[in-house]
Design a protein around this ligand. Structure first.
Ligand code: NI
Length: 187
């Protein structure tokens, strides 16, 4: 039987904590959790498995959503449904990430952002930089620089918010949830 990750719900106050820097080396137990998180995000994006295991589709997960108060997150990018299952996904791990540059252009997710910790529909949009360059460490503590754009740039900014105890809806304008949607590009 498939054992699902235990993802904290938005009501859990731990999601509001500021996560602490990752200190290397990451122990084997935590590396296993990272692998498991990547695997579950991958499965969640394949309809057959998301239905079979009852997984909500998601592309990112931060450590604090698993109750681990550390500055890391994982992302799994779907490169296209038409690709073979083993080539279809690209996974990312970022520890102690910093955005070192970002585009002036702002975009927003037209369908709104989703979060595996938020099990309800939330109306509204969030303006995010369309392109970001992230400096971070990989799972072995090597420094990496990664440029991300469009939905992946949004995902990075969403996950980085988790590291600072923020949830996406904190950024939605309360009186006008779709404010500026006419001024910027929705994707
Ligand atoms: Ni989230």
């Amino acid at each position: 039987m498939y054992k699902k990750l235990n993802i904290l719900d938005e009501k859990d106050k731990r999601l509001r904590l500021i996560s602490k820097d990752v200190v290397f080396p990451i122990d084997d137990k935590e590396k296993e959790i990272i692998e498991k998180a990547i695997e579950e995000l991958r499965l969640s994006q394949i309809e057959e498995y998301s239905e079979k295991y009852g997984l909500r589709p998601g592309m990112g997960l931060a450590a604090i959503q698993l109750g681990i108060q550390k500055r890391w997150f994982v992302l799994v990018e779907d490169l296209g449904e038409d690709l073979d299952e083993d080539k279809r996904f690209r996974s990312y791990f970022f520890a102690n990430p910093k955005i070192i540059s970002s585009s002036a252009e702002l975009i927003y997710a037209e369908q709104g952002e989703g979060c595996l910790s938020v099990n309800r529909e939330v109306d509204g949009i969030i303006l995010r930089n369309a392109r970001v360059t992230v400096e971070a460490y990989d799972v072995n503590g090597n420094k990496i620089t990664q440029r991300l754009r469009e939905d992946m740039a949004i995902a990075v900014q969403h996950e980085m918010d988790h590291l600072d105890g923020k949830l996406f809806y904190d950024r939605i304008n309360k009186s006008n949830p779709f404010k500026d949607s006419d001024k910027y590009r929705g994707i």
